[in-house]
Design a protein around this ligand. Sequence first.
Ligand code: 3PG
Ligand code: MG
Length: 396
Amino acid sequence: MKTIDSISFKGKTVLIRVDFNVPLDENFNISDNSRIVAALPTIQKVITDGGKAIIISHLGRPKNGFEERFSLKHIVKPLSGLLKMPVRFNRDCIGINVTSEIDSMENGEALVLENLRFYSEETQGDEWFAKQLSELADIYINDAFGAAHRAHASTTIIANYFNENKYFGMLLNSELTTLKLAFENPKRPFTAIIGGAKVSGKIDVIASLLDKVDALIIGGGMAYTFVKAMGGEVGNSLIEEEKFSLVKGLIKAANIKGVTLLLPIDSINADVFNNNAKIQKSDITQIADNYMGLDIGEASIKLFSKVIIDSKTIIWNGPMGVFEMENFEKGTKEIGKAICMATKKGAFSLVGGGDSVAAVKKFGFENKVTYLSTGGGAMLKYLEGKELPGVLAIKR
Ligand code: 3PG
Ligand code: MG
């Protein structure tokens, strides 16, 4: 691994790709700054060495050009507070305005550039855009573990322009080290808990997890697609009909591979998507027409917890229900508790993904699990066993 500990950045202009894709509330306040805190060591190393730290990131998924709610200007003050020094901000991320601002910087200063995704070239992995970015600096550091599964201009393509002068940041390095340690030869039983709203985007990962784990627990919104595909009645619950055949294939594959695949057996249902909704509890295959499932029920909690508590390696991505609402938080909270108990008994537990990490923090479990990852998709992609494009680009 090409890491930065033994490098001096004195007098160098250093482009640091971080993942500052953090949740902002309606007043643009950061509701969870974990990703920023996690990137501080790398930024501080460049600054204290006496380099110019040019910080680049994406935020959200802007459609086309500038959108106020996705501006990285909202993170400048909080970042400045954490670094305990003023931080500059530029309203663009490439071009003459940016280069002249960098020229005017003193060594040891930090500059945040505007959201890379305001250029659609970023997600397209565009060569021209990557080259423009690369021309801003002498050295490139990728510390954006959360985006390392994206072959975007600033995470992957850009590395081609830096020859030897490209490095893994400290966060990216520690995330990879931890994943390797835990998952190269996992202690068994190995249980994966996958939740969240949608099957889409997680289906490949679920398929490849079947080759690794002993038990796979499916909860959250996506469980209703599984239940419906198998012929259950799920009322108004969120489902993705176009995934039915894939989902049936997964259930079959689990069977063949001898993986214990657990779906919820009961459900907490609401007549509207609101904490104050009318609530009904039911078997998960018998949800009334006008109700939607928003959390797993008591029997599911019991079933899942039993498997979790006896596991030696646990990975958790995605909540079991709408834990942001008090009436639908119990499933996520109790599954979190079971993971903490297993950890106490010696299991290695890894939690990744924005929502799961937010849940762990909400319920005060952050010091009771082994590792909180700043990556959701990236962590799952790693477990697929493929090298992440952002990682490969540095190694090449
Ligand atoms: C994330 O939050 O998962 C990363 O920042 C990547 O964002 P993306 O899923 O929009 O590419
Ligand atoms: Mg995401």
